[in-house]
Design a protein around this ligand. Structure first.
Ligand SMILES: NC(=O)C1=CN([C@@H]2O[C@H](COP(=O)(O)OP(=O)(O)OC[C@H]3O[C@@H](n4cnc5c(N)ncnc54)[C@H](O)[C@@H]3O)[C@@H](O)[C@H]2O)[C@@H](O)CC1
Ligand SMILES: [K+]
Length: 499
C-alpha cells in the first residue's frame, strides 16, 4: 500500500475521473457509503450521530454518510457548518440527494453536544490550508471539548496530510476512517496521535490509476513474499559471515545483544571484534560467537586490522563502542578499507559525522540506522525539524550520501540510496528501552547478508524486530517489563508465522 501526500491523492482522484471514467460524484458516493458501512459496524448500538459537514469534498462525503445513516434508521443530526454558497460540485450534488430524500439539515445548538453520542467530523479533509478560519477553529475546539465519541472522515479536520506542518489545530479523533491510502501525517510523531484508532477503507479508486509515490507501507504479506527460504544445500558459509565491531570495556552488553541477535536471526558465522578484556565475560554465554582482537588503549577501541574484514559478507559497527575520539579511526578504516555491506549504528554514527565526505566515495553498500536524535545530528537539524520532515530529510540525505537509511521510531522509515521509501510500523512502546537498537543492528546484519535486495533486507529485519515485540507481549511480557533480550529469545515466534 502506498503512502500518499495530498497532491498525490488528488492526482489519483483526477486520473480515476479523467482516464478511468469514474465520475467524481460516484467516487464520493463510494467513499461516503464505505465509511457509513464501517460506522454501522463499529457503532452498532443506539448511537445518536451528530454529523458536521464542511464546504469541500470532505463535507460531500459527510452528506452521503448522513443520508445512508438515516436510510438505516439511525438518529442523525446533520449540520452544514458553512454557508450554502460554499457547497459546490459533487458536494452540492449529494446535498441535493440528501434533501430530496426528505432529510433536513439542522442548525447547531448547544443541546446537540449533550443529546448525541457520536460526532462525525466531515468538516475538512486533505484540502486544509493554513490556520483554521471561522467557524472551523471554534468547531474543532468544541468537538475536542465534547464528551462524544469522535469519528473523523479521511483525516481529523485541521490536520495536514503532508509532513512539514508546524502549527495546526485539529480534531483529536477517537477513530479515523482514512479514504483509500494512508497520508504521511499518519506516520509522524507529532501528528499520528490525532488519528486515534484508524482504518484504511478502500473506496474503489482504480489501483492502476494510483500515482507512483515511491513510498509504501511494509506488510506481513511483503515479508512472506520476500524473505528468502533456506536452501537445503545451505551451510554455514552460505548463510552469512558477519562481523560486529564494538563493545568497549564499559559497554559490553550492546555488543552481546547485537551478536546474539545476529546469531539467532540465522547468520552462518558471527565474529565479534572487541577489546580482549571483555571476551571472558561474553564467551561462556555465547558459545556460537567467535572473537577477533582490535587495537585498544585503556579499553577503548582505537583501530582494527583491515585483515579481519576479509571474507566477511557484512559488517556492523558502533554498538557499545563509545564516543572516545580515538575510536573514530575504526569507522574511517571501514569506510575506506571495505567494499562489502557495512552497517553503521549508535556510536559509529557519532564518529561518522566528521567522515561524511568519505561516505560519498565509498563503493560498497552502506546502511545507517539512526534514531531521530542521531539523524538530527547527522544532518545538522533540530530534532523537532527531523520529526516534522522525516520523509524528505531522509530522502535527501540518502541520495546525497548514497546510503540506505533506517530512521528508527514508532514508524520506521527506510530509504534507499535512490530515494525509494518503506514505512515499517510493527512494534510497540515496550521497545523504547536501551538495547532495542543493538538487537535491531544484529538482526539487520543477518538480513542484509541473506537478502540480495537491501530494501527488502532492512524492511524484513525491522519487521522481525517489531513483530517479535508484539508477539512477546501477546504471550508473556507486557510493554512495561519486556526487555530487548526477550526479542532475541523469541525471534522464533515471528519466524513461525512466516512458514
Ligand atoms: N480520491 C480523493 O481525493 C477523494 C477525496 N474525497 C474526499 O475529499 C476530501 C478532499 O476534498 P477537498 O479538496 O474539497 O478538500 P476539503 O474537503 O479538505 O476542503 C477544502 C475546503 O476547506 C476550506 N479550507 C481549507 N483550509 C481551510 C482553513 N484553514 N480554514 C477554513 N477553511 C479551510 C477551503 O476553502 C475548501 O473549501 C478528502 O479528504 C476526502 O474526504 C472523497 O470524496 C472521494 C475521493
Ligand atoms: K475530516
Amino acid at each position: 500500500m502506498q503512502v500518499v501526500r495530498a497532491e498525490e491523492m488528488y492526482e489519483w482522484d483526477r486520473k480515476a475521473i479523467e482516464a478511468y471514467g469514474r465520475e467524481g460524484h460516484i467516487l464520493m458516493e463510494n467513499a461516503g457509503r464505505t465509511i457509513a458501512e464501517q460506522v454501522l459496524r463499529d457503532f452498532s448500538g443506539e448511537e445518536k450521530f451528530l454529523v458536521l459537514i464542511g464546504g469541500g469534498n470532505n463535507g460531500g462525503d459527510g452528506f452521503v454518510l448522513a443520508r445512508i445513516l438515516r436510510d438505516k434508521g439511525k438518529s442523525v443530526t446533520a449540520i452544514q457548518v458553512v454557508p450554502d454558497e460554499k457547497i459546490k460540485g459533487d458536494a452540492q450534488y449529494h446535498k441535493e440527494i440528501y434533501e430530496q430524500s426528505g432529510y433536513v439539515l439542522d442548525s447547531l445548538s448547544e443541546e446537540d453536544w449533550d443529546r448525541n453520542t457520536v460526532v462525525i467530523d466531515a468538516m475538512l479533509g486533505i484540502g486544509v490550508d493554513g490556520p483554521l478560519r471561522p467557524p472551523f477553529d471554534e468547531l474543532v475546539e468544541k468537538v475536542n471539548a465534547s464528551y462524544l465519541a469522535k469519528v473523523s472522515v479521511d483525516i481529523p479536520s485541521g490536520l495536514p496530510a503532508d509532513e512539514g506542518a508546524e502549527d495546526f489545530q485539529a480534531v483529536q479523533a477517537d477513530i479515523t476512517y482514512i479514504v483509500q491510502a494512508p497520508k504521511q501525517s499518519l506516520y509522524l510523531d507529532d501528528t499520528r496521535g490525532f488519528y486515534g484508532e484508524w482504518r484504511i477503507l478502500d473506496i474503489g479508486l482504480p489501483p492502476a490509476a494510483s500515482p507512483e509515490t515511491g513510498c509504501r507501507v511494509w506488510s506481513e504479506e511483503a515479508v512472506r513474499e520476500s524473505y528468502p527460504a533456506i536452501p537445503a544445500s545451505a551451510h554455514k558459509g552460505t548463510r552469512g559471515k558477519g562481523l560486529v565491531i564494538g563493545g568497549g570495556h564499559m559497554m559490553p552488553g550492546a555488543l552481546i545483544m547485537a551478536a546474539k541477535a545476529s546469531i539467532r536471526a540465522g547468520a552462518g558465522l558471527t565474529t565479534a571484534a572487541t577489546v580482549p578484556a571483555i571476551v571472558p565475560s561474553i564467551a561462556p554465554s555465547l558459545p556460537e560467537l567467535m572473537f577477533t582482537g582490535v587495537t585498544e588503549t585503556d579499553g577503548v577501541i582505537t583501530d582494527i586490522d583491515a585483515g579481519i574484514l576479509g571474507g566477511k559478507d557484512g559488517v556492523a559497527v558502533g554498538v557499545g563502542m563509545g564516543r572516545d575520539p580515538r575510536s573514530q579511526s575504526v569507522v574511517e578504516t571501514l569506510l575506506t578499507g571495505t567494499e562489502g555491506r557495512l552497517l553503521i549504528d549508535a556510536d559509529g554514527l557519532y564518529h561518522l559525522k566528521d567522515l561524511l565526505s568519505s561516505l560519498k566515495e565509498r563503493e560498497g553498500e552502506t546502511v545507517l540506522t539512526p534514531h531521530i536524535g542521531e539523524m538530527a545530528r547527522l544532518c545538522d537539524k533540530e530534532i523537532a525539524e527531523v520529526k516534522r520532515n522525516p520523509f524528505s530529510l531522509s530522502k535527501s540525505f540518502a541520495r546525497e550520501y548514497g546510503v540506505s537509511l533506517v530512521l528508527k521510531g514508532p514508524a520506521t522509515i527506510i530509504t534507499t540510496p535512490g530515494g525509494e521509501q518503506v514505512v515499517e510500523t510493527s512494534g510497540n512502546e515496550g521497545l523504547s528501552k536501551g538495547g532495542s537498537g543493538d538487537v535491531l543492528t544484529g538482526i539487520l546484519l543477518t538480513t542484509m547478508m541473506q537478502h540480495s535486495s537491501m530494501k527488502e533486507a532492512l524492511s524484513n529485519g525491522c519487521f522481525l524486530h517489531g513483530r517479535t515485540a508484539e508477539l512477546v507481549i501477546e504471550r508473556t511480557r507486557t510493554v512495561y517489563d519486556i526487555v530487548p533480550t526477550d526479542l532475541i529469545d523469541h525471534l522464533s515466534l515471528t519466524f513461525r508465522t512466516m512458514e
